[in-house]
Design a protein around this ligand. Structure first.
Ligand SMILES: [Zn+2]
Ligand SMILES: [Zn+2]
Length: 177
């Protein structure tokens, strides 16, 4: 199998493979990744299709699912709004017991009728791996609160007394008195 013949896979049908206890199935799949919203901004996975390694291991008590891939998100920096790029390596695991007996800890929410929902799983895994804020660089200085200029490009400070509009209004008032 070559990368060119792979089609983006939204789910994996477990009926296609027959695993006995102790056996493992490994397969390369291609995931189609959706844009992310974080703090009201949109972040695009580039490229939107990512090769992933899916491993399914059958044990006597249940089945272990592992999904590994890497993605790169592009979007605005939380502080300065310039382009930010974030590399996210994903290594996710899910477990489904043969007899979960109503215990949610022993079942994966991504498995329904022998179909493993890869698209939702990949999306959630990226969501869990995201930082609170996506920055262009960890020490991004952000935008100047006084004039809105990018402080990374033009580091500066303002003499607050002369530029704050509230002060100049007060100044004008004082002149009239
Ligand atoms: Zn920034
Ligand atoms: Zn400024």
């Amino acid at each position: 199998m070559t990368g060119a013949t792979l089609k983006a896979m939204r789910s994996f049908n477990l009926r296609l493979i027959k695993l006995r206890s102790g056996q493992e199935h490994r397969q390369e799949v291609e995931l189609e990744l959706e844009p992310f919203e974080l703090g009201g901004e949109r972040y695009l996975p580039v490229p939107e299709k990512a090769p992933a390694e899916l491993a399914i291991t059958r044990a006597s008590t249940g089945t272990l699912f592992e999904l590994k891939f890497a993605t790169r998100l592009h979007g605005p920096c939380y502080r300065c709004l310039e382009d930010a790029v974030l590399d996210i390596p994903i290594s996710a695991r899910e477990y489904q017991a043969t007899n979960p007996d109503g215990d949610d800890q022993l079942r994966t929410q991504y498995l329904r009728d022998d179909n493993l929902d890869l698209a939702t799983w990949a999306r959630d895994a990226i969501g869990l791996a995201l930082p609170d804020k996506i920055l262009c660089r960890s020490d991004c200085a952000g935008l100047c609160p006084g004039c809105g200029k990018n402080l990374n490009e033009e580091p500066h400070t303002h003499d607050e007394a002369t530029t704050d509009p509230r002060w100049s209004a007060l100044e004008r008032l004082r002149e009239k008195l």
